[in-house]
Design a protein around this ligand. Structure first.
Ligand code: EPZ
Length: 418
């Protein structure tokens, strides 16, 4: 098990190039199975998850390649009609393969993704909509067995009972090749969904979005088109929070402020200063970090659940009591016991964490439990006195490209250890 050792405390000071968005790259890579031809997709972060997804597509028979942040599709034809448990259990997002594959091929089998450390992560919303589109679904031996009943999927007018990024992506992709016009309501509208729509429209899809309603005119076929993935807003927010926590000064390049409007407003009320250097470079600093009454996670454009763990870590040493409420996942507080190891004073009351001021934090041995929780441990380490060892850092490698090199460039004494 790989780990990192960090010596604290330290103030982040330097410059970081933000990588391409993991959560935009995954559905866009998957969506290539909908279209014919070939293309190059740039700014794909070189992460455990993106490399893994490319290996899933290769296993299915696609002729694809992934080098130096570019994903090349030579042929997206699928010959194997099953995504095996060995793959799916390690990357839940692969369930989003089901919609596009069943839109093009009559049968497909994919292992149930199962839950993960932050919650049950159901797929009921995905399956309910696919059934309405004319897909026969049966669950057997831990697999979802799907069979398209007609020559094409049926277009649907459907309102999701709950806002879901993955379900929105799965069904909008399936609808691009359905017979007729689909209207999907109560959709997720995260920047990663918008980037997927942009890519698909460039491939010849006919997708329109109006508030949370997405309409899709099914087309005969799609042809692959080159694309550049948007920057990763969660990676950017994570480094901004580390800068605030450590009262540092950081320049972020390839940064898209429009994708983080809500968090930046909150962080400014906590003392963050922002200086625009160019269209995509911004300087962040924070000399006087203040607490905040309450932050509640919501679907975009609200405060992202993927920055919940990190903002809790940033608040550990601030003034009076702050609260953070998690409304998206039912079990996304597994980082709390790990943060307490630094000496943090945290109380969980149902969906809310209360953060009470402590004057000092001390380095500790901690364990990463999911991608975003593991970054909160990095923030804990850089504001604590002494040595911190973070175990199971494959979680970090899943979501933060070259995080150790980027932190080292900003003055952090961080070393990988076997
Ligand atoms: C995406 O996951 C992201 N992952 C997550 O980021 C992110 O936290 C999440 O959206 C919310 O923004 C990727 O894009 C690869 P959901 P997804 O479907 O699509 C429930 C990270 O760290 N739900 O929007 O799986 C679900 O259990 C990851 O990068 C159902 O009940 O999230 C959750 O409580 C973590 N039934 C809520 O909806 C369903 O059929 C939102 O989940 C689907 C979802």
């Amino acid at each position: 098990m790989q780990k990192v050792v960090i010596e604290g405390p330290v103030s982040l000071s330097g410059e970081i190039d933000i990588s391409g968005s993991k959560n935009a790259s995954l559905p866009i890579i998957i969506s290539t199975v909908l279209a014919k031809g070939s293309c190059l997709i740039g700014n794909i972060p070189n992460l455990r998850d993106t490399r893994f997804l490319v290996s899933i597509l290769k296993d299915l028979g696609c002729r694809v390649d992934f080098q130096k942040n570019v994903f090349a599709v030579h042929s997206s034809v699928i010959s194997k009609k099953s995504a095996d448990y060995e793959y799916v259990r390690q990357m839940r997002a692969s369930i989003v393969l089901l919609g596009p594959v069943i839109a093009r091929y009559k049968k497909f089998k994919i292992a149930l993704p199962g839950g993960c450390s932050i919650g049950t992560r159901g797929i009921d919303l995905h399956l309910k909509a696919l059934k309405l589109m004319g897909v026969k679904i049966s669950i057997r031996n831990g697999y979802v067995q799907a069979e398209r009943k007609f020559s094409k999927l049926k277009a649907i007018k459907h309102k999701f009972s709950k806002i879901s990024v993955g379900a929105t992506q799965n069904i909008l992709m399936a609808a691009t090749l359905a017979k007729g016009k689909s209207i999907l309501k109560n959709c997720a509208i995260e920047p990663e969904v918008i980037d997927l729509i942009k890519f698909l429209n460039n491939c010849g899809a006919q997708i329109k979005i109006n508030k949370r309603t997405i309409s899709i005119n099914g087309v005969e076929d799609l042809n692959l088109h080159n694309h550049e993935v948007i920057p990763d807003r969660v990676e950017a927010g994570s480094y901004i929070l580390a800068t605030m926590a450590s009262k540092g000064k950081l320049i972020l390049n390839n940064f898209k402020p429009d994708d983080l409007t809500n968090p930046l407003e909150l962080y400014k009320s906590m003392g963050l200063k922002i200086k625009k250097l160019s269209n995509s470079s911004y300087q962040f600093s924070c000399q006087n970090l203040k607490s905040i009454n309450k932050i509640s996670t919501k679907e975009f454009p609200g405060y992202p659940t993927d920055l919940q763990a990190q903002v809790i870590a940033t608040l550990l040493k601030t003034g009076k009591r702050s609260k953070v409420e998690e409304n998206i996942f039912e079990n996304r507080f597994i980082h709390i016991p790990e943060l307490r190891r630094f000496g943090a004073d945290l109380k969980i009351k149902e969906k809310t964490v209360e953060i009470n001021k402590v004057s000092e934090l001390y380095g500790a041995e901690v364990m990463a439990t999911d991608i975003r929780a593991s970054f909160s441990l990095i923030i804990g380490a850089i504001i604590s006195k002494g040595t911190t060892t973070i175990n199971r850092i494959y979680h970090l490698d899943r979501g933060y490209e070259d995080f150790d090199l980027k932190l080292k460039k900003c003055g952090v004494n961080i070393k990988r250890k076997k």
